[in-house]
Design a protein around this ligand. Sequence first.
Ligand SMILES: [Fe+2]
Length: 196
Amino acid sequence: MKLPTLEEIEVLHRKYAPSDEAFKSVYIHCQIVAEIAKQLFSSNKNIDPDLVRAGCLLHDIGVYRLYKDGYIDESRYICHGIFGDELLRGEGLPESICRFASHHTGVGISKEQITERQLPLPHQDFFAETEEELLVMYADKFHSKSTPPRFNSASSYKSYVARFGEDQTEKFQNMIDHFGLPNLEQLAVRYGQFIV
Ligand SMILES: [Fe+2]
């Protein structure tokens, strides 16, 4: 499988970003997620680091489709994954890359959750299936594109995800046990952002 190069990935971001501000927000977030993931795969020999990097750098590309008058339409945020998947598929990227977009939200979304919460998503499970997909999903939890952007400690993400049920917290804990915790301090200093 031919993975997109870093240059090709940046070209895609620039192509779909509706503004320079949107590009910076999403692309820098993706780069930070890639750096977090890089800290975590060194101990796991079964992970393809190049695939993880491409997945991190493209996972949120669907967010660009949510920009309206310069702001992200939060009411449709849950759709950014499938929008990204569609966009990447339209660009002819392989299935394994497209899936990073549609299968990284939260700690995975089940068909039941889609029905119960009446989410505007196709009625199917959106779980990370490969080690690479799981790592991209996990690394993404430690950074937010909020205003201002910030790093999330494991405890702050845990308290956030707890509102969606005990099983969601358990899934996050399983990922912590599996991959370990990233060192966010150095990244926070480098990017000049807070850890909450
Ligand atoms: Fe993300």
